[in-house]
Design a protein around this ligand. Structure first.
Ligand code: F6R
Length: 247
């Protein structure tokens, strides 16, 4: 794993966007795996700014998001489809038909999981997957205990994840308790991974990722088995860790 240390959230977002733009310019038909949550918002804002200033084009780019809440349609303001449109897709020249997110409102959610995996595989896979990390080590919505060989599946969200998500909802009853997520093996199949880690709330998770063992109890630890992972972490997340580059 390669580790890039930056000062703060703003620098992390700039650096991440720079890396993504470089890849998109090299391969204009790149397949990007995208994440939601608080972490990548600044990265997306920087991508939008670059698109406006420098004209980086997303006409041929294909995207696959990690996850979506079950029970929410794309029109729901709390759905990840809504988030992606608002935070990125509506502001760049990407074709919406090239942007894929699991359908949380599918009638048959099991079938939807299969369809999503087949869609990714049929397209030739993900070239660069952007990831955030949960304080419990989750990636996507793969909570502790998820088998490393899991493909896209339905998850029951843990109380800590439900609580962390509650800030986006007005009432506790509205916070979804289930989601569809790319599985760990789906994520691991991507050719390259960019993990973004910011803030002191992620300090313990980052330390465990870097120093702990590879275990299904801490899903992000699987990333140590992937040959091409870059972590961009800010000072607050790094805290007393002192790694420049890790191999
Ligand atoms: C989002 C996702 C999650 C988040 C993680 C961190 O699509 O899959 O794994 O990346 O929960 O969330 P934030 O960035 O809000 O701290």
């Amino acid at each position: 794993m390669k580790m890039i240390e930056v000062k703060d959230y703003q620098q992390m977002s700039q650096k991440a966007a720079e890396l993504i733009v470089e890849k998109v310019r090299k391969n204009p038909a790149i397949h990007l795996g995208l994440a939601t949550g608080g972490t990548p918002i600044g990265t997306y804002a920087n991508l939008i700014e670059d698109h406006r200033k420098n004209g980086t084009s997303y006409q041929k780019v294909i995207t696959f998001n990690l996850d979506e809440y079950i029970g929410l349609s794309g029109n729901n303001q709390n759905s990840y489809r809504y988030y992606m449109d608002k935070q990125l897709f509506n502001h760049i020249d990407i074709q919406k038909s090239n942007t894929h997110i699991p359908h949380g409102d599918a009638l048959d959610t099991e079938k939807e999981c299969l369809r999503y995996d087949q869609l990714i595989e049929g397209a030739g896979g993900v070239d660069l997957q952007i990831l955030g990390i949960g304080s419990n080590g989750h990636i996507g919505f793969n909570e502790p205990g998820t088998p490393f060989e899991s493909t896209t599946h339905i998850v029951q969200l843990t109380p800590s994840t439900i609580m962390a998500n509650a800030r986006y909802f007005e009432k506790m009853e509205e916070v979804p308790t289930k989601a569809i997520t790319m599985g760990i093996s789906t994520i691991m199949k991507s050719k390259e991974i960019l993990l973004l880690v910011s803030g002191k709330a992620k300090k313990v998770a980052l330390k465990r990722l870097l120093e702990g063992e590879i275990t299904e109890n801490f899903p992000a630890s699987v990333l140590k088995k992937h040959p091409y992972v870059t972590i961009i972490a800010d000072e607050a997340a790094i805290a007393d860790l002192r790694f420049a580059v890790m191999d």
